[in-house]
Ligand binder design. Sequence first.
Ligand code: ATP
Ligand code: MG
Length: 440
Amino acid sequence: MRLSRYFMPILKENPKEAEIVSHRLMLRAGMIRQQSQGIYSWLPLGKRVLDKVNAIIRDEQNRAGAIELSMPTLQSAELWQESGRYDAYGKEMLRIKDRQDRPMLYGPTNEEMVTDIFRSSVKSYKDLPLNLYHIQLKFRDEIRPRFGTMRSREFMMKDAYSFDLTREAAEHSYNKMFAAYLRTFDRLGLRAIPMRADTGPIGGKLSHEFIILADTGESEVFCHKDFVDFDIPGEHTDFDSVEGLQAIFDKWTSLYAATSEMHDEAAFNAVPEGDRLSARGIEVGHIFYFGTKYSDPMGAKVQGPDGKEHFVHMGSYGIGPTRLVPAIIEASHDDNGIIWPASVAPFDVVVINMKAGDQACDDTCELIYAALSKAGKDVLYDDTDDRAGTKFATADLIGVPVQIIAGPRAVANGEVEVKDRKTGARETMTIEAAINRFVA
Ligand code: ATP
Ligand code: MG
């Protein structure tokens, strides 16, 4: 992508409305724009990051055996009347009427709709286990939307829903998502700790919130500090192994970890003082097992091996991609801007032409840009007329992991500078070596 033809509206001034660093940097880097309170457009740079986050989430959902579909944002009130939540949900639900005066709503979550899909076509235990997910916009009319897309009214959620014949089978489904979440957050460059959580309006029996420790987090959390170094389940984790996944779950729940709603002071005080971590955190994921809470009122049942009908045991599993993007920034930035983990960076590398219009600089940059693009890399080429200082500041702000800098003096020697955004380390090398670093 040539910066001169891209759309990346960088802000020079610090936006006054931003209270936390991620919100400030997302606005300054031209990633998002607020359209009305708590409702955002994702501008091209932001969209690239969001897509990469979603690709990792999707990959790990698929690995764990979940199946993707897509459900609509607008839902009919009828389904919610069946489950009893239409009245229970309160003011967070945006209620709408269509031209026939039929009550509709902008979905805050999808338990009812997915249960309807399930009951309309699954009739036998032989079709279980089943886990259906989508990545879709949600709307919750939050009292206090704030911190940019960290807490917005319209936001994206990956929500998965599992269906099983028995509680034991449902627990295995829960453990699959538990392990998939550990892997997902790790691949996003984050350390998320599962904490016992309140089941809230979704209701249920077993529930964990995945929390990232951050000073700007809205939740108060308490946990054993060893969680910070626990091993993440590997790529070859067998998601069909009941014992294997139970062992992962048992290990990751063996020490104290709870949000303030579930905090047990006495249990926490039993943790040796030096091992206690009390901090603030950001909730990036939340998983629930809630048994037959929806299948029973909505009549979602299957025939079991005993020939009888059984209400299915369900769970639901949410991750917030539009919250994860700022959460990653909270965890990874410096005074100059964002430092993206390579896995979600909007571009793999930025090529900075320090003197656009200078033949040797232009030729060198074009050569590198073409070679890296051909090798399948996402390359941003700063070919604008801006001053070198402005270009450096922009590259640091948008946090691309590697910068290749071509200035007249180095280029005259057949060389460029390669800068690591995270460490700031700069290395001079031949043009060929700079290309080979990515191609080889
Ligand atoms: P919170 O406690 O932060 O209000 P919640 O418990 O109501 O969130 P869930 O119903 O558990 O949220 O939703 C699953 C995930 O969706 C959350 O873990 C979070 O990552 C994301 N999410 C929820 N509400 C918002 C929001 N207003 N803005 C952005 N992401 C959100
Ligand atoms: Mg939650």
